[in-house]
Ligand binder design. Structure first.
Ligand code: GLU
Length: 428
């Protein structure tokens, strides 16, 4: 991976810029540039054919000054320690910008879960927890789902942890199914939060909420919940969706001029977010190259997949109609592309603000687990909207106060809060 596209180098570069703007001392800056703790684990897993395969995994606890480390676990063939470090750093800024009493962490296992059987996936999930359990706990580090993990994987992980420790502790992991202590509204929380930030951005720009158009990359948990909320809550139209074919090598863009039918597309989409091409063509969808979503003539562009999709090269292909870039994915935009977008006046909703709805409802899930008392969906949605709107306002104030772009505004709010906690603890 080139240094330019190394997600951790990018995360550090973003922090460096914030540190310079804020005038952080060099010792504080150095503390925040690196994870506080990271685990590298080897996971021997018995496959269905009787052989043993060893997988590699990581858990990074980036900063825990504000509370237990918090962040998802990703299963992906391209996972690297630097990707996990970057994601853990962004989790630290994400929980801080939302003012949640949590730190930041992230986990990853280098694997392609698609060809694994359910039994193999279960053994892999349990093996990961066996290796890291002593560094987890409701007051230590609390994982959750991320790319290619889901509530079933969380269930196996919870069960492994509780079997080892010999007690129930629902709060050790979030994104659980409802019968195991999950929260109402968690599955769609990231998408709803994204749409709340888009709504606030549209208001800020004096644009109509109804009839807004969007093009989306990704139809996994985040992509689909964003699309559904964009259509149903905001009253907009999603005209393009891009997703990977099931080998993760080639992507396609599916489009319909008057807007896609999300409910229908979900009936022809697999659990990993791959749409069935033939069924989509038969239903009258236009099929284009995977990158076509980027060039769509829409108001809002929503990358909801992986890192580094908006680069210096691809940023120039974005249509002049695009007013808002809503970063549903973590780290979708490289610093060079950021500069281009700023010059063009695109309103960027930075990732760790835009997609913080998931971790916010994870936090609500922890609160409910601690009390053993559960809220209804309307309560979750209302509290999520309040939290996201407050964070949006805090970032906007920093943008105005410091005269910086939105990403830097979000960094300034988050880093200030983390620095305050580090300082009160006497770390700096
Ligand atoms: N994986 C999600 C994220 O990147 C959710 C993390 C969580 O709920 O802890 O924000």
């Amino acid at each position: 991976m080139s240094e330019e596209l190394n997600p951790f180098a990018i995360a550090q570069r973003q922090l460096d810029e914030a540190a310079a703007t804020m005038g952080l001392s060099s010792s504080t800056h150095e503390l925040l540039r690196w994870p506080m703790r990271e685990l590298h684990v080897n996971l021997p897993v018995r496959m269905d054919d009787g052989t043993v395969r060893t997988f590699h995994g990581y858990r990074v606890q980036y900063n825990t000054a504000r509370g237990p480390a918090k962040g998802g676990i990703r299963f992906h063939p391209n996972e690297t320690i630097d990707t996990v470090r970057a994601l853990a750093a962004w989790m630290t800024w994400k929980t801080a910008v939302l003012d949640l009493p949590l730190g930041g962490g992230k986990g990853g296992v280098v694997c392609d879960p698609k060809p694994l059987s359910q039994y193999e996936l279960e053994r892999l999930s349990r093996a990961y927890i066996r290796q890291i359990h002593s560094f987890l706990g409701p007051d230590i580090d609390v994982p959750a789902p991320d790319v290619y993990t889901n509530p079933q994987v969380m269930s196996w992980m919870l069960d492994e942890y509780e079997t080892i420790t010999g007690r129930h502790s629902a709060g050790v992991i979030t994104g659980k199914p409802l019968p195991l202590g999950g929260s109402q509204g968690r599955a769609g929380a990231t998408g709803l939060g994204i749409v709340v930030t888009i709504r606030e951005a549209l208001k800020m720009l004096g644009m109509n909420l109804q009839g807004t158009t969007a093009s989306v990359q990704g139809f996994g948990n985040v992509g689909r919940s964003t699309v559904i909320n964009f259509i149903k809550v905001l009253g907009g139209h999603v005209t393009h969706i891009s997703c990977w074919d099931n080998d993760d090598r080639k992507a396609y863009t599916y489009s319909k001029k008057d807007g896609i039918d999300a409910d229908f597309l979900l009936t022809i989409t697999d659990p990993y977010g791959t749409i069935d091409k033939d069924a989509a063509l038969q239903a009258g969808y236009t099929l284009d190259d995977g990158d076509a979503w980027l060039e769509a003539e829409v108001d809002v562009l929503i990358p909801a997949a992986l890192e580094n999709v908006i680069t210096a090269q691809t940023a120039d292909r974005i249509h002049s109609s695009v007013r808002i870039l809503a970063e549903a994915a973590n780290g979708p935009t490289t610093p060079d592309a950021d500069a281009t977008l700023n010059e063009r006046g695109v309103y960027v909703i930075p990732d760790f603000l835009c997609n913080a709805g998931g971790v916010t409802v994870s936090y609500f899930e922890q609160v409910q687990n601690a009390y053993g008392y559960y809220w209804d969906e309307a309560t979750v949605h209302e509290r999520l909207d309040d939290k996201m709107s407050a964070a949006f306002r805090a970032v906007h104030e920093a943008v105005q106060g410091y005269g910086v772009n939105n990403r830097m505004g979000a960094y300034i709010v988050a880093v200030n809060r983390v620095v305050e906690a580090c300082s009160l603890r006497g770390w700096i």
